[in-house]
Ligand binder design. Structure first.
Ligand SMILES: Cc1cc2nc3c(=O)[nH]c(=O)nc-3n(C[C@H](O)[C@H](O)[C@H](O)COP(=O)(O)OP(=O)(O)OC[C@H]3O[C@@H](n4cnc5c(N)ncnc54)[C@H](O)[C@@H]3O)c2cc1C
Length: 375
């Protein structure tokens, strides 16, 4: 990392994922958006390349790589199809929480994620609380040989299609402490309903009601009210990956705007020759470059075991915001053409807005940063 370059293996990985994305993923984007589904065959195709086992130990069927390389995978997929990048995105942080489980539970679930046979989703948000997670109402009450879970989760990415949810609940509802549970989504008492969204169509979001859902004791991840806090510092990595997804959408839009502005003629010359256009491109290129390197530095910190709460929060608020502006500018540079669904720009604009909110909006990230610098 101090050399400020990627290793030869990382460059090769980038190339391999780029080829895969262009050949296997790009052709079906439109159909997947229309169908509102992300096909399991494609999840399996990603699994065959090791993209769903990147943070899973080899003994559990994974093909572990460093987090900088995970970032490369997510970035390259998102440049071609944002929703495709969500599949490794969902698979990558889940094993960090599953480390809290017994070895039997890990032995059962981790190979299924690595092989692409099962997809996880993350259930923390509720109708009445998102940012203030400790205010959650979902309860897991100990009974005989397990727990009975009651509550409602909402805004769950891939919630209609996933197989199992890492469900955050309170074992002692009078406290603010949270415990994660592994809940298969075909459990009796669980009802899911789709949310109609402005973007992310093939991934989608769902509300999930848990009505007396019974899970065995082994489903509890870590000790009651304790476990989550042990893995929380490493979970910030998801925010960095989300930032890279946003920058990838911005980069793809910038590339479109560069090529369009060179060939679109107005007032007798290519619009790229007007500084009002070329300065926008220059600003976008600068911001993307700065954002990317900072994201990769934070992933490197994760690889070194260096805490990065503040830095991952910086990535998460800044990158989606600049990406939204860059995609917006790229769309305007395309004039009337940019407003059409024939181009990817309007889709990217709708998708990137979800990244501004999901996993914590800007204000919440700024609370984390300001707490750290004012401490
Ligand atoms: C596309 C998408 C995918 C998502 N996927 C998932 C998922 O897979 N799993 C999951 O559990 N959740 C998911 N979410 C939910 C997401 O994590 C929450 O929306 C987010 O944490 C914010 O919570 P909220 O929506 O309840 O907003 P609120 O917490 O109600 O906040 C609303 C607004 O008020 C602001 N605000 C709140 N508190 C403060 C404060 N103290 N100071 C200043 N401003 C404040 C926020 O910045 C925000 O703009 C997803 C959301 C989206 C849009």
């Amino acid at each position: 990392m101090p050399e400020f370059s990627f290793s030869e293996e990382q460059d090769m990985l980038r190339k391999a994922v780029r080829n895969f994305a262009q050949n296997e993923i790009a052709p079906g984007i439109k159909e997947r958006i229309e169908a509102g589904k992300f096909p399991r065959e494609l999840v399996k195709a990603m699994a065959n390349l090791g993209l769903t086992g990147m943070s899973i130990p080899t003994e559990y069927g994974g093909q572990p790589i460093d987090w900088v390389s995970v970032g490369i995978v997510i970035e390259e997929l998102a440049k071609v199809d944002f929703c495709a990048s969500c599949i490794p995105f969902l698979a990558a942080p889940a094993p960090l929480v599953l480390q809290l489980a017994s070895s039997e539970v890990q032995k059962k679930w981790l190979p299924l994620i690595a092989s692409g046979d099962k997809v996880f989703c993350m259930g923390s948000t509720e109708p009445d609380c998102g940012s203030d997670l400790a205010a959650m109402k979902t309860k897991a009450i100990r009974k005989d040989d397990g727990y009975i879970i009651n509550g409602e989760k909402t805004s769950i990415s891939y919630g209609m299609q996933a197989d199992v949810m890492i469900t955050l609940a309170k074992v002692a509802p009078e406290t603010r402490r949270i415990t994660p549970f592994l809940v298969p989504l075909d459990s009796p008492g669980l009802v899911r309903s789709a949310i109609s969204d402005m973007g992310w169509e093939p991934i989608g979001r769902a509300s999930i009601i848990l009505d007396d859902v019974k899970v065995p004791i082994e489903s509890r991840l870590g000790e009651e009210g304790q476990g989550l806090y042990k893995v929380l510092p490493s979970l910030g990595v998801a925010r960095v990956l989300a930032a890279l997804q946003a920058l990838a959408l911005a980069q793809a839009s910038l590339e479109d705007a560069v090529s369009y502005s060179k060939q679109r003629i107005a007032f007798g010359k290519p619009i790229a020759e007007f500084q009002g256009v070329s300065y926008k491109l220059a600003e976008a290129a600068t911001q993307i470059e700065m954002g990317r390197w900072f994201c990769y530095r934070v992933l490197w910190m994760q690889d070194q075991g260096i805490p990065h709460d503040k830095e991952s929060a910086m990535c998460k608020w800044w990158c989606p915001e600049i990406a939204t502006q860059i995609i917006h500018d790229a769309l305007i540079i395309h004039g009337h053409v940019g407003y059409s669904k024939e181009y990817h720009l309007e889709q990217r604009l709708r998708d990137v807005l979800g990244l501004e909110i999901g996993d914590g909006p800007s204000n919440i990230m700024k609370i984390i940063i300001s707490r750290d610098i004012l401490r």
